[in-house]
Design a binder for this molecule. Structure first.
Ligand code: TXA
Ligand code: MG
Length: 343
């Protein structure tokens, strides 16, 4: 990690902030860095501007966007009632990778929230993002700045590869420190519920609010489907189902799950087997308990392997007992279309 180079990128981006803010205020699209992944922003209160986000990404219009603010105190412009719980969460985790879902105010267009009567709000922890939103003078709706279905972008070059020429500007800042998208926490029900796991875990949130947090049961659907069940143990992993195109690399991908040494052996065995058949094999294998590092690197690794033109990706599973491990596994399993082999 080159800190001087990162600082230079941030300086260069800050010089382009006025221009970027002007584009946002005028109804245009700007990609920008955050600490999680790069975002593709538009004025959240301008329905026509937000419509362009869906078009540029090729995103289904019923998938709501996160609204980004630069001052925690701006939350009251988006949601009608603040509870002590919300205030505690904001104090503990903002700016940072926690998105909270709350009842929405009527001034937010339907297209921003995918027709829902709730809104997802977050204050990102990135100097370029915060300065841009402040100068734009409006809340900024932003999904991840990738073409829909591709791995989320964690470096400026990923955004350039996906969106250059399709949007009005790209602010290139630091590589994303976190590397997976924010934790999405729904606060509209009785019990706070995690809809998307991230680097801020259920335990972190429980410690902050002093109460129970639930996981959305949908997070456990499709998990696991064991493709190694069957007669032939020397299977050649198959393409994931067409239904699961989230974060999909171009290559076929299988997650190998089990005790770490067995996983390593199985990856070597399958790699050899497939290479003898003339296939190019990429491996994603993180240190056993390096969950934060895995989060930081996972999406970038997928893109690198795609660029290398591998046919098959073999990935070692992380422990889902750990909250961050669970969050990375959520992305890994989606990328692989829930193609899992147990050893
Ligand atoms: O880290 C992040 O959250 C990044 C950066 C750019 O901030 N953004 C991001 O946005 O990941 P996106 O659009 O790729 O994912 C937003 C997620 C989706 O799963 C969406 O369905 C959910 O948040 N979401 C947004 N608004 C919601 C709402 N009102 N209720 C429930 N889920 C919502
Ligand atoms: Mg996304």
């Amino acid at each position: 990690y080159d800190e001087a180079e990162a600082n230079e990128k941030v300086e260069a981006a800050l010089e382009k902030i006025d221009e970027a803010a002007g584009i946002l205020a005028g109804g245009g699209l700007v990609a920008f860095p955050t600490e999680t992944v790069y975002g593709l922003g538009a004025n959240a209160l301008d329905g026509d501007a937000v419509a362009k986000i869906y078009e540029a990404k090729g995103r289904p219009s019923d998938n709501p966007l996160i609204v980004h603010i630069a001052r925690a105190s701006n939350i009251g412009e988006l949601t009608p009632a603040l509870t002590p719980k919300i205030i505690r969460l904001v104090d503990n985790f903002w700016p940072g990778p926690l998105t909270i879902v709350l009842p929405k105010k009527q001034n937010i267009p339907d297209i921003t929230t995918g027709g829902l009567d709730t809104v997802a709000i977050r204050m990102p922890d990135d100097p370029v993002a915060l300065e841009m939103i402040k100068k734009a003078g409006c809340p900024v709706a932003a999904p991840s700045a990738n073409i829909s279905g591709r791995p989320s972008p964690t470096k400026g070059e990923h955004v350039v590869n996906d969106l250059d020429g399709k949007i009005d500007a790209i602010l290139i800042g630091s590589d994303c420190r976190v590397g997976i998208e924010s934790t999405v926490l729904d606060l509209t029900g009785e019990v706070p519920t995690i809809l998307r796991p991230g680097i801020i875990t259920a335990e972190n949130i429980e410690a902050a609010i002093g109460g129970k947090v639930e996981m959305d049961p949908a997070l456990y659907v499709n998990r696991p489907r064991d493709v190694s069940d069957g007669e032939n143990n020397d299977f050649i992993p198959k393409a994931p189902g067409m239904k699961y195109t989230h974060y999909a690399p171009k290559a076929e991908m299988t997650v190998i799950e089990g005790q770490i040494d067995r996983v390593k052996n199985e990856i070597q065995r399958l790699k050899g087997l497939n290479e003898r058949l003339g296939l190019k094999v990429g491996v994603i294998l993180f240190e056993e308990k390096a969950f934060i590092e895995a989060a930081h690197e996972f999406f970038a690794k997928l893109r690198d392997l795609d660029d290398e033109g591998v046919d098959l990706i073999l990935a070692g599973a992380l422990s889902e007992q750990d909250g961050v491990g669970f969050a990375v596994m959520n992305r890994m399993l989606k990328s692989a279309g829930y193609n899992i082999a147990k050893v």
